[in-house]
Design a protein around this ligand. Structure first.
Ligand code: HEM
Length: 100
């Protein structure tokens, strides 16, 4: 399944009847089983319905970092992102990709 950024945004946990999605490097993961993290009131709810690649690479919750761009990231930050990707792959199903 393909999602535009806007479509992805509908899976941000605000509608309890919908799954919660977080994208990493353009791949959309169904993180609904992690709703305690990503659902309303969760510590990482700001990532829900977004491609959080840059934020995860930088270990940042700042709004300006919650984007897909990897521009200018250090090798270390790319390594952090790849570790998150492995964690997500092991824990959550992939449901599609983000398209522009
Ligand atoms: C003092 C700072 C922090 C502490 C003590 C902390 C602690 C934790 C703990 C205990 C978990 C649960 C791990 C598990 O049960 O698998 C977790 C998960 C997570 N943390 Fe943090 N964290 C901190 C900061 C951050 C920051 C700044 C980010 C920004 C990227 C972040 C991103 C995440 C994410 C995305 C998860 C959820 C992973 C999943 O879906 O399983 N954390 N954190």
């Amino acid at each position: 399944m393909e999602f535009t950024a806007q479509q992805l945004g509908q899976y941000n946990g605000s509608d309890p009847s919908k799954p919660i999605y977080v994208a990493l490097k353009g791949r959309v993961f169904d993180v609904t089983t992690g709703s305690s993290f990503y659902g309303p009131g969760g510590a990482y709810t700001m990532f829900a319905g977004k491609d959080a690649s840059r934020a995860l690479a930088k270990m940042s919750k700042n709004e300006e970092d919650i984007i897909s761009s990897l521009d200018g990231l250090s090798e270390k930050e790319i390594g952090v992102l790849n570790d998150w990707e492995k964690k997500f792959e092991a824990k959550y199903p992939v449901v599609g990709r983000v398209v522009s």
